[in-house]
Design a protein around this ligand. Structure first.
Ligand code: BGC
Length: 460
């Protein structure tokens, strides 16, 4: 336990190394494409944002977590108002995670068509539906409406769609079903979350996902993105950058042997090391492996290693959240979690205490690393957390994802860490839950993008 307490602590000094290391990797990524030393820092080509004056009916597809979500939004006549909206979600079937079989986008098109039909939007002679496509992976874009997939993360595997234009592939899936659609924009879930909040709150400058995976997008000055094509003329002075911070790496990351195991057994070994310490897909598995090591050394369940404890992924992150939040005197929730995850039906209070502490250490490490990442983006953009000579600006951070939404202790530890790392500047930072941000932002930006296109073609 002592080794775990030390190894997972992320003291202030180490957190500041993470912050500064991340700034360095962000800067490299803004200069160079494909550098192994830098973050991907992917330009979104979104350099004007919805104004609230957009009108009409739009769809959004949100693909990249555990569920596929499709939304329909009717933007009202009042500025920024939504007349009606609805959203539907489906669990992504197991076969779609294996992208080599080519099923994924066909399945997405089928569900979207079903949904659009329910809304009476696929009638003969009606114009093709306009869809914002929120696709939560690293995509190398050259414009708002196209981009090549760089790599799969989370549970998606295989070579399907890699290096291919994802928008063209999705349109082709619709065409195979005899349906024509317009997709004026493809965007990351972090970008979409930022946009969804900024629609009503102009101080929003960062969008973060803390869910199955993690990532951050932020508004960057165009003159600080040297890798944009030469002569690129923005429609404003800023563009949203998808940092892909989950791929941050460095000796400053507090890794234990269990992190290496988790990495090796993931779909993308060697990538996403920061994500694997923070996000929902991995926190449970890291905790399980740490508990297993205690058991294997005879430090938890005597000489026995309960067989359920050796099963990969048997401790899901929602159970970690339940254990960490267990405030009952006899740790009853921890006991029932041990039973449902590992089939351990009898446990002593001391054993439950140890398991709870392991889960808490993993949660705290995740929250502190995430806070260090936020401090990096704030410092890099001159919004605060950079010392006395950098006055902090009020910054709203839009956050979506199950870890932020459902894991109260994670939120609490994240806030506390931000206050520790940024001092008084943290008072200027508001972390706000942007529910369904990833899907609605997609619809708003599709609306904005299609109104720019129609204005450009009418010459106004
Ligand atoms: C992906 C990001 C995404 C994040 C949150 C990561 O695995 O690489 O593009 O934003 O998950 O969904």
């Amino acid at each position: 336990m002592e080794e775990y307490r030390k190894g997972l602590a992320v003291p202030l000094e180490q957190a500041l190394q993470v912050r500064d290391g991340m700034i360095t990797q962000m800067e490299i990524g803004l200069r160079e494409t494909g550098s192994k030393q830098g973050l991907l820092m992917l330009p979104s080509y979104i350099d004007i944002l919805p104004t609230g004056a957009e009108r009409g009916d739009f769809f959004a597809i949100d693909l990249g977590g555990t569920n596929l979500r499709v939304a329909y939004v009717k933007l009202g006549s009042e500025k920024g108002s939504t007349e009606s909206s609805s959203i539907r979600e489906w669990l992504i079937p197991e076969e779609c995670y294996d992208t080599d079989n080519g099923r994924l986008l066909d399945w997405v098109a089928e569900r979207t068509i079903e949904f659009a039909q329910e809304h009476g939007r696929l009638k003969r002679d009606s114009p093709p539906p306009i869809i914002g496509f929120c696709f939560s992976f690293a995509v190398d874009q050259t414009a708002m409406d196209n981009g090549k997939l760089l790599l799969w993360t989370k549970s998606f595997r295989g070579r399907g769609l890699i290096k291919r234009n994802v928008v063209a592939a999705l349109k082709a899936s619709f065409e195979r079903k005899g349906v024509e659609v317009e997709i004026p924009v493809i965007l990351n879930d972090t970008v979409s979350t930022l946009i969804a909040r900024r629609y009503s709150e102009p101080d929003t400058a960062l969008g973060i996902i803390l869910g199955t995976g993690t990532n951050c997008a932020y508004l960057e000055r165009i003159d600080r993105i040297p890798k944009l094509p030469s002569g690129y003329r923005g429609r404003s002075s800023e563009m949203i950058i998808n940092s892909e911070w989950g791929d941050f790496k460095g000796a400053c990351l507090p890794a234990l042997p269990e992190d290496l195991w988790v990495d090796c057994s993931s779909v993308n070994p060697g990538h996403g090391l920061f994500e694997k310490m923070i996000s929902g897909l991995y926190m449970g598995e890291v905790s399980r492996r740490l508990v297993l090591r205690l058991a294997e050394h005879g430090l938890l369940f005597g000489s026995e290693v309960p067989p359920g404890l050796t099963v990969h992924d048997s401790l899901a992150s929602p159970l970690v959240a339940a254990i960490v939040g267990d405030g009952s005197p006899n740790l009853a929730l921890t006991a029932s979690s041990l039973a449902s995850a590992f089939g351990i039906t009898k446990s002593s209070l001391d054993q439950r205490r140890k398991v709870k502490e392991v889960c808490l250490l993993v949660t705290r490490r995740g929250a502190r690393l995430c806070a260090a990442g936020i401090a990096a983006v704030l410092k890099h953009t001159g919004r605060g957390c950079g010392g006395a000579d950098q006055p902090a600006k009020r910054t709203v951070i839009a956050v979506d994802g199950s870890v932020f939404k459902k894991f109260a202790k994670f939120r609490e530890l994240l806030r506390a860490a931000l206050e520790e790392f940024c001092g008084a500047d943290a008072a200027q930072v508001e972390l706000k839950l942007q529910e369904d941000g990833s899907v609605f932002g997609g619809a708003y930006i599709a609306a904005a993008a299609s109104s720019w296109t129609s204005r450009a073609s009418s010459g106004s």
